[in-house]
Design a protein around this ligand. Structure first.
Ligand SMILES: [Zn+2]
Length: 286
């Protein structure tokens, strides 16, 4: 199956249409496009959507089991999700895929001893108003991603709305307390409680974009785009620096010139900058 999600970083285990159990107060199952990879179960309104209606971190899934005709249940610490497939056969494939995720996670853990995702602190988290949502959402900036949750309780149980890969993000001030996180697919308009709060959020999200661009995997994807194979300023090949606010890639020499303009004009980052996960503790165990 071809994957059109260009920012996908974890290999997809299984995708397909499933009916998801109705939200409270409704009896109608919702047709959802569902993607399972090692790190997340995500469900979407359509197979064309870039951002999910909901996700569950696989680390937080306690159990997946069949439950009645064509259905299976995904259990987390405080919420259960029921999905219905078109047949028992398809249902069994999904249950098997979840077991594969659990097994692979176990293998990974014994091979690499990574820092568990849920023990890594957020760079910034808290409540923000988000245009289109009646209640404030719980927002978490973690390394190169911004996660959106309906509530702090949902966040604690690994159940969220959507997350944004920041390699394609840009952040702009829009108002005294407001700012936009823009991607080629969607603009998220946030408002903080105060101007200084907003400043902290903007800074954290810019940092997150820097993290995303510092990941070589992402850099390679940036180079897949024809326009990114040459320095935006002098046309030199294989540019490995970027201005994260001007959204251009450039060679080292031109990056130096941008840097001399000052960070208020151009925020310059190396595409190959060491990633934050390589803390001293991690380096020492290898
Ligand atoms: Zn150049």
């Amino acid at each position: 199956m071809e994957d059109t999600d260009s920012t996908q970083q974890s290999v997809l285990i299984k995708t397909g249409w499933l009916d998801k159990n109705p939200p409270q107060g409704s009896y109608i199952f919702q047709k959802r496009w569902v993607k399972l990879d090692l790190d997340y179960l995500r469900y979407y309104e359509s197979d064309k959507d870039m951002y999910s209606n909901g996700f569950i971190k696989t680390n937080f899934i306690a159990e997946v089991a069949p439950c009645g005709d064509q259905k299976f249940e995904v259990r987390t610490s405080n919420r259960d999700f029921v999905f219905r497939a078109e047949s028992d056969e398809v249902r069994n494939e999904w249950v098997k895929a979840f077991k594969q995720v659990v097994d692979e996670k176990r293998n990974r853990l014994s091979t690499y001893h990574p820092v568990p995702i849920n023990s890594m602190g957020a760079d910034k988290s808290g409540f923000l108003e988000l245009r289109g949502f009646r209640n404030k959402v719980y927002v978490e900036v973690v390394m190169d991603k911004v996660f959106l949750y309906k509530s702090a309780e949902d966040h604690a149980s690994g159940v969220g709305l959507k997350f944004i890969d920041m390699n394609l993000g840009s952040v702009k001030d829009s108002d005294r307390r407001s700012f936009d996180l823009t991607t080629p697919y969607k603009t998220f308009s946030f408002s903080a409680d105060s101007e200084s709060e907003k400043g902290e959020w903007v800074e954290a999200m810019l940092q997150s974009i820097g993290e995303a661009l510092s990941n070589l995997e992402v850099a390679k994807k940036i180079w897949l785009v024809e326009a990114n194979r040459r320095c935006a300023d002098c046309n030199a090949p294989n540019p490995d620096w970027a201005s994260i606010n001007l959204c251009v890639v450039m060679c080292k020499r031109c990056a130096g010139e941008h840097r001399s303009l000052g960070p208020n004009i151009s925020k310059v980052r190396s595409l190959k900058m060491d990633h934050k996960v390589w803390t001293q503790e991690l380096i020492e165990v290898h």
